[in-house]
Each structure stands twice: as C-alpha cells, then as structure tokens.
Design a protein around this ligand. Structure first.
Ligand code: S3P
Length: 743
C-alpha cells in the first residue's frame, strides 16, 4: 500500500524492543505505508538482523541516540522492568517534538518511572497497553495483523498532550485495534483481576502440584480440565515476573479479595455447605457463559463486519405440522421473581430460555438467590423469602426487557438496599414514569434519567404505604409492579385497571399461597403474608404461537397444531381477532395446568377479511399486533385498529415501524396516532428494518408466505429475547426464512 506524503501519519517511527509486540506494531504500520521510515532498536543483534530480513523494519540501529534523532514517534516495547532504565536514557537525549508511547501491561509503574526519569510526566508521553498476548514470542513471530479487533487501552494522565494522544490513537486504529481510554489506576486494577490473577493462579497451581510429585507422575492422569485451566502457565516466566513486580499493589488487592472467597469455599467444603457451593458454581457458570457469548459475538462481528443480523425470507410456502413453541415470557419472569421470594425450593418446567427471562433470572442471582439451570426449561430456585434478597454487586443490566425493569422496580422499592436498573438502547428509551410515579406515592424513592427513562435508581430502606391506584393505561406491567410493591407496603394496595390485562401475577401469587383478592377490575394485596415454594409448569407462549396462527391462516393449503399453549382469557385476543377475520382456529384438549388454562390449537388456511378491531380486544392482544397487521395485509378489504397508542412505546414504535416495513413491501397502510388502517392486497418483496424489535422481525418472516419476492429483514438479533428457536421451528413447518448466508 503506498500513500502520498500528506497521508503519512508519521515521518520516522522508532520501535525500541523488537519482540512480538514491538515487532508486530512496526511490521503492521510499515505494511500499511503510514510511516516514511520504521527504525528498530534492540540489544540483541540476532533480533536486529531478523527484523530487517523479515520486513518488520526498514533498518535497525544499535544506538538509541542515533535511532531517536529526528524521530516523530518512539514506541517503547521493552520488558516492563527494563522500562525504567530506558526512560532514564531517553531523558538524557534531545527528543525534539517526538511522541513517546509504550505497551507495558501495567501502567502505574511506567508513569512513575517516566516522572522519575524526566522530573515530571512528559506531556508527549502516551502510556498504552495492547491486549493481544500470545504464547509465541520474539521478532520472528511478529504479525502485522496481531492487533486487529483487539483492545488497546491508552491511559493518558492529566498533563498528556491531546494531539499526542490523538496521534497514538490513530496509529493503533490503523492497525485495526479497538482503542479505549482509561485512567491509569483503573487499568491496573482491571488487568490485575482479569489477567494477572489468573496467571498467578495457573503458575501457582501447576508448581504446587509438580512440587508434591517430583516425578510428575500425576500429570499422566490430568485431562482437559487441567489442560484448560493451566494453559497460561506456559507463558513467559520472565515477563510475568516483571508484571507482578510492576503491578504489585493492584495484584495484592485483587488477590486478597480472592483469598477471602477461597477461604469461604474451603469453609463450605469443610462444613458440607452445598448451598454455598451451588451458589458459587451456578453464578460462575453463567458469568463464564456470558463471557463466551461476548467472545462469540466478537467472532461473529469479525465474520460479518457488522452486527446486523439479517433474516432472509423467501416467498411462498405452506405451513404444516405439530409444534410446541417456547414457554410463556410473562409467566417465566414471574416464576423467577416469586420463586426467589418464596420460602423453600421452587421447581419450574417449560421456562423460556430467552434473553429477557434470563435477564430476570440473572438479576436474582445477582441478589444472592441460588438458581440452578435453566436446563431444557427446568429451573430450580432456592427461595430466600420476602426479606432475604441481598444487595447486588453493581447495577443490574436487564437488556431489552421492559417486563423485568417494571416488575423489579416495584419489588425493589421495598428492599433495604439501593439498586440501579439499566438496559439496552431500546429499553433505555422506554417510559418508566408509569411505574415511578405511583411507587413514589407509596413512599418509594426512585431516580430516573430525563423524561422518566432508564436507568432507574431505587433507594432502599423506605417505608412503603399501601395505595389505591386507578391506572391511567391498561398495563399488566404497571399493575404487577404495584402489587409486588404492595407485598412490602403497610396496609392494603389495590390497583384498578381501565380494561382487563394479563393476570399472571395475581394467579401466581395465589399459587404461592399469597392472598390476592380480585373484584371486577380491582386487584388487592396486603403485606404481612409469605410465599410458599411451588411447582410451576409454564405453558407455551401464545404470543409466540401467534406468528404461527397467522402463518397457517394466510398460507395456502395449511394446517398446523400448536401444542400446550396458554389460553388465559387475558391473552387470547389474537384468537378472537383472527376468528372475527374469518380464521379457522379450534381449541383441542383444553385443560388447566398450575392455575393457567392451556390447549392445543389447530389452525387451518382461511380467506381472511378486513375488520374494525374491537377496542376491548386491544389489551388482550397487545403483543400480537405486528403479526396481526401482516394478517390484515393478506385479508380482503380494510382493517382498522384504534385505541392502541400503547404500541408506540413497546420495544419499538410498533405502529410506525410496521407501517414503514409494510409500505416498503408495497402494502396499503396508513398509521394513525393510536392505530393503523390497512387495506388488504398484494405483498411484494424488499428490505425492512425491525429496529431491534423481536416481534417485528418475526412478523415480517411470516409475511414472506404471501410475498411475491424475498424479504430481507434487518436487525434481527433480538428475536432471541423471546423466541430463541424461532428460525428452527419456522423452517420445520415450512416458512422459508433463515439467517442470511446460512443454508
Ligand atoms: C407484559 C405486559 C405487557 C406486554 C409485555 C409483557 C407482562 O406490557 O406488552 O410484553 O408480562 O406483564 P404492558 O404492561 O406495558 O402493556
């Protein structure tokens, strides 16, 4: 790659120390043509020779003074403990305007050494640390691509020159690195915990075992676990010896905390305290899975060069078969909440292993509840009682899940500790005043960001008072939030809803032996009772089944059975609406499971017709409108929806986002402030955007059954929040949708 002089970022780059990291930095920048000249300095003549031979540098100098004359950027890539001497030598040279930077794995010691050598931290010295280790070493392993999509942390100090910082930042970005800026102390603390401590433990464990078994016989019996745990004990001993001496204080702090935790584990083993062990192991396992997901996502992003997951839905198809969609999201959330607050062990079956319900599960783990699973939908919750939650170690991240945030805010308002609830970009835009306001009336102290948006900080230790609340909107989340707060409030809490909304909280509280009275549109609880552990069977989610109810209705020649679907009357609006449109849907094998009615639902193709959707059905089908809009585009005549302004504040503005997508496919639709008008007709193909809304992505997948050309649906990763195996089940019954690029 050749560049004009104007484009050159650096005239002369000097790299002192031609090991793996210094060599890779030199080689990468040289190959990208961003330096007029790359000069290497190394004490070892072999490394200097190899560096030139392998094109790592243009030339080498033995003398630091000669190399640094006229340098623009000087990269210090020597071992950490050699840094002090090197900085001393540099301080005696006239470096002109040269920018200095380094790659040391700990930063506090480098800054101190620079201050000692120069009398003060030079403004043009930008400390840095690329996190791109490898068991390989030496200039022969230099790789110009080593830093691509790896993190590089720069740790400027107060006096660091902004231009110098920007220059170093640009160089790393040229190499494809993901650059972050951090304070020196923070860097050292984070690295001590995530890198230095594990190395210390690996070296220490292997040595400890080896010492006790001089002939190393026991390693013959070591298997994968030992190999994986101790891989890093194969790292460079001298380098690591340097790191521990350089980052002593931060390592000691994290080691002391770990020693306490290890002692607690030892005591648990000694005392036969299985509960403690299970708590540590289940928490560790999810933390580890979370880390693996981050790694996998990085690999995925690497492969795709973007994080836009695209579904490609090919036109046509018939829908046939018998399937069971995953567990109900609303009931799954509540099973974790009430199971955690109950006394005794609650078993849950059919739990939805989607990201939203898992966010709730993780929140309770963070608050000290031991939860086993989920494994094939089974979860075991070791309840801690209404007053047994512990403060979480930090803010609770709830991803995309509005239900988690709203229900938790009520429950947490009554705890003795402070909690902050955060979420992803979509959740961070959703209105929380609808819960914060009535909770404040009960005496809760809640801080929100501007306009009542997340994050929410809920102050603990407040005395809550019962409230009689008439909800301004029909929201099961608000109702449930206040009932959960009511478990902790003095006296009685009652909530009156303007229209019926899902009543899973009321049913499940009763299932856990907690008295709830429901009279007309008012539900009441009072504090002072307790929850008894229970067994919960989560039915299949009618909101997930809805995609297939519409699919089999609109596709030619179709017949599908959806097994074990929850048909709680507060959720069956989608069946009523489809039947009013002429849908052929029958309920078979109706029964009650754990306080919730379920049935197998048979659906056959039908000639749908447009209708005025009765407003009283809106809250009973609130999550199903995206796919019902698809049904309406395939129906004969006009469908009109009114009284559904709540759709504008879901995971996306579902009225606008669906209207935009349907228009892109050539449908005739007109959004209104509280609904939509859709004229049935022909659907074409095209590009649509789900705006990260799971239900929009799935609705457009279903639309392909009646489209005349392929539909590309952008931003589909959040389908995993409610329906992780959607593509598999869709494919199984005949919907031709898959991740783009996959067979
Ligand atoms: C839910 C209630 C509804 C629904 C959401 C789940 C619940 O929200 O849209 O997906 O589990 O209580 P609103 O209460 O905002 O209507």
């Amino acid at each position: 790659m050749s560049r004009t002089t104007d484009e050159l970022l650096v005239g002369r780059l000097v790299v002192v120390g031609l090991g793996l990291i210094g060599g890779s930095f030199a080689k990468g920048l040289r190959a990208r043509g961003v330096c007029r000249e790359v000069v290497g300095v190394d004490l070892d003549p072999q490394s200097r020779r190899l560096a030139v031979e392998r094109g790592v540098v243009d030339r080498c100098e033995e003398s630091l003074a000669a190399a640094c004359q006229g340098a623009d950027v000087i990269m210090l890539a020597v071992p950490i403990l050699a840094m002090e001497r090197l900085l001393g030598e540099l301080a005696r040279l006239d470096l002109g305007d040269a920018v200095l930077t380094d790659v040391g794995s700990s930063k506090g010691n480098v800054v101190r050494a620079a201050q000692a050598a120069f009398g003060a931290m030079p403004a043009r010295f930008v400390p840095g640390h690329p996190i791109a280790g490898s068991e390989q070493s030496g200039v022969e392993a230099a790789n110009g691509e080593l830093f691509k999509r790896h993190k590089v942390i720069l740790t400027p100090v107060a006096q660091t020159d902004a231009q110098a910082l920007q220059r170093v930042d640009r160089l790393w970005r040229e190499l494809g690195a993901d650059v972050e800026h951090m304070q020196v102390e923070h860097h050292d603390q984070v690295l001590a915990a995530t890198s230095h401590l594990p190395h210390l433990l690996a070296f220490g464990l292997v040595d400890s075992l080896a010492k006790r078994n001089e002939n190393l016989e026991i390693f013959r019996y070591a298997a994968g676990g030992f190999r994986d745990f101790t891989r890093i004990a194969g790292s460079d001993p001298v380098m690591w010896h340097d790191i521990f001496l350089a980052n002593r204080e931060a390592v000691l702090r994290t080691l002391d905390v770990f020693r306490d935790d290890l002692d607690a584990l030892r005591d648990a083993v000694d005392a036969g305290d299985g509960h403690h062990l299970l708590g540590v192991f289940t928490r560790a396992r999810v933390a580890r899975e979370h880390f693996s997901k981050i790694l996998a996502r990085r690999a995925y992003v690497d492969a795709m060069h973007s994080n836009d997951l695209v579904f490609l839905a090919n036109p046509g198809g018939t829908v046939r078969g018998r399937i069971r969609v995953p567990g109900d999201k609303s009931i799954s959330h509540r099973s974790i909440m009430l199971g955690s607050l109950a006394e005794g062990t609650t078993e849950v079956e059919g739990f939805l292993e989607g990201e939203d319900a898992l966010a709730t599960l993780q929140a309770f783990r963070d608050m000290g509840v031991v939860i086993e699973g989920p494994h094939h939908g089974r979860v075991t919750i070791h309840g801690v009682g209404l007053h047994g939650l512990k403060p979480p170690p930090g803010p609770i991240y709830l991803g995309n899940s509005g239900t988690s945030m709203r229900l938790l805010s009520g429950l947490l308002a009554g705890q003795p500790f402070d909690v902050t609830l955060t979420g992803d970009a979509s959740l961070s835009k959703r209105p929380m005043n609808r819960v914060a306001k009535p909770l404040r009336e009960m005496g809760a102290v809640i801080e929100t960001a501007a306009d009542g948006r997340p994050p929410l900080t809920i102050r603990g230790g407040q005395r809550l008072r019962g409230l009689s609340y008439a909800m301004p909107m029909a929201s099961a989340q608000v109702k449930s939030c206040l009932l959960l707060a009511g478990l902790y409030a003095e006296g009685e809490t009652s909530v009156t809803e303007p229209a019926p909304t899902r009543d899973h909280t009321e049913r499940m509280l009763q299932g856990f032996g907690y008295p709830v009275t429901v009279e007309g549109s008012t539900a009441r609880v009072e504090s002072g009772h307790s929850l008894r552990a229970s067994h919960i069977e989560v039915p299949a989610d009618i909101s997930s089944a809805a995609f297939f109810l519409v699919a089999a209705s609109i596709a030619e020649n179709s017949e599908l059975v959806l097994e074990h679907v929850g048909i709680n009357p507060t959720r069956t609006g989608v069946i009523d609406i489809l039947r009013l449109m002429g849908g052929d849907i029958s309920l078979e094998n109706q029964r009650e499971v754990g306080g919730e009615p379920v049935a197998d639902i048979r659906v056959r193709s039908a000639r749908l017709k447009g209708i005025d959707i009765p407003e009283e059905l809106v809250p009973l089908a609130i999550d199903e409108f995206p796919v019902l809009f698809v049904a309406a585009t395939c129906a004969e005549g006009r469908t009109v929806l009114r009284g559904a302004e709540e759709l504008r504040v879901k995971e996306s503005d579902r009225i606008q986002v669906m209207a935009d997508g349907l228009l892109a496919l050539g449908a005739k639709v007109e959004p209104t402030p509280d609904g939509i008008i859709i004229d049935g007709g022909v659907l074409g193909g095209g590009e649509v955007h789900s705006h990260g809304d799971h239900r929009i992505a799935m609705a457009f997948s279903v639309a392909s059954l009646r489209a005349t050309a392929p539909i590309r649906i952008h931003d589909c990763a959040n389908v995993a929040t409610s329906f992780p195996n959607f593509l598999a089940l869709a494919g199984q019954v005949g919907i031709r949708v898959a991740e783009e690029g996959q067979p």
